[in-house]
Design a protein around this ligand. Structure first.
Ligand SMILES: Cc1cc2nc3c(=O)[nH]c(=O)nc-3n(C[C@H](O)[C@H](O)[C@H](O)COP(=O)(O)O)c2cc1C
Length: 269
């Protein structure tokens, strides 16, 4: 005899079968779309790099515009480039989690709240990679609610800031979330990292109540803690603990001298 539609057994069988069908559909979609998701993440990363470099407008062909950008992997301990990794695929976040490829940070050394720092990271060079117009540096550190990740674009002199962008953060919209407000970001163009050519520690900082001078930027209003987080992450990544050694090459003109030497050699040949 057929079971009534109200029987417990029939209800449970239908509910179970529905769960199985739905989970198969969701898993198939997740696996099938993984490659597309990764491609979109990669496109988003490139768009952010182009944006901070001032090379992105709505409608820009990202892959075509990204041909002006050369990724290079840098050894943060020496400031030298390395060919040990493929710069197009090297994953510095993964490296930061691997004790063999990173170091522990604690106490006063960890002002950005990272706990671990990768030994190698990827930088992006705009224009001639031997004498770049801009150097795009990945930066990250704790805000009020979580990790903020972004890029800082620095001109080829290793000191003048072109722009900043945060592509991932958990700060409150309207408060700390103003880190991605274009009006606030527009203040950064032309600011300087170091107050003098001899400075080893970066001077750039967010200040409350009106920035004055080339190394100060207005703090975010009503968001002192996020502002402190931005100052801390920049002071960490631009110090000798971060990109300090690498930037010193540009500040002292080593990169430009190398290019000039190469062109003199070519002329002499
Ligand atoms: C719901 C809520 C969300 C907040 N989000 C942020 C935030 O994202 N960033 C931040 O610095 N402060 C945030 N604050 C405010 C901080 O608690 C603190 O009051 C503020 O950072 C002080 O900034 P001020 O000295 O500029 O007023 C939030 C407060 C509340 C109640």
């Amino acid at each position: 005899m057929a079971q009534s539609n109200n029987s417990i057994k029939k209800i449970l069988t239908v509910a179970f079968a529905l769960c199985i069908v739905c989970s198969v559909i969701v898993s198939t979609a997740a696996v099938g779309l993984r490659a597309k998701q990764e491609l979109n993440q990669e496109l988003d990363r490139k768009s952010n790099i182009l944006d901070v470099a001032g090379l992105y407008e709505p409608g820009t062909d990202v892959e075509e515009a990204f041909e002006q950008v050369t990724p290079r992997v840098v050894d943060l301990r020496t400031g030298e480039y390395t060919d040990q990794f493929d710069a197009a695929t090297y994953d510095s976040f993964q490296a930061a989690r691997d004790p063999a490829q990173s170091r522990t940070l604690s106490g006063e050394k960890d002002i950005a709240g990272l706990s671990r720092q990768e030994n190698f990271t990827t930088v992006y060079l705009v224009g001639n990679p031997d004498d770049p117009e801009q150097i795009i540096l990945p930066v990250r550190g704790q805000g009020l609610w979580g990790l903020m990740r972004g890029y800082l674009a620095v001109q080829g002199d290793g000191n003048t800031i072109q722009g900043i962008t945060f592509y991932s953060h958990s700060e409150t919209p309207g408060l700390g979330g103003e880190v991605d407000n274009p009006r606030w970001k527009s203040q950064w163009d032309g600011k300087e990292i170091f107050a003098s050519a001899d400075s080893v520690q970066p001077d750039i900082a967010l200040v409350k109540g009106g920035a004055s001078g080339e190394t100060e930027v207005d703090a975010l209003s009503g968001a002192s803690l996020t502002s402190k987080g931005v100052t801390n992450l920049l002071q960490f990544w631009l110090s000798p603990e971060g990109f300090g050694e690498y930037l010193a090459r540009f500040r002292s003109g080593i990169e430009r001298e190398t290019v000039q030497d190469a062109s003199t050699d070519t002329e002499g040949a």
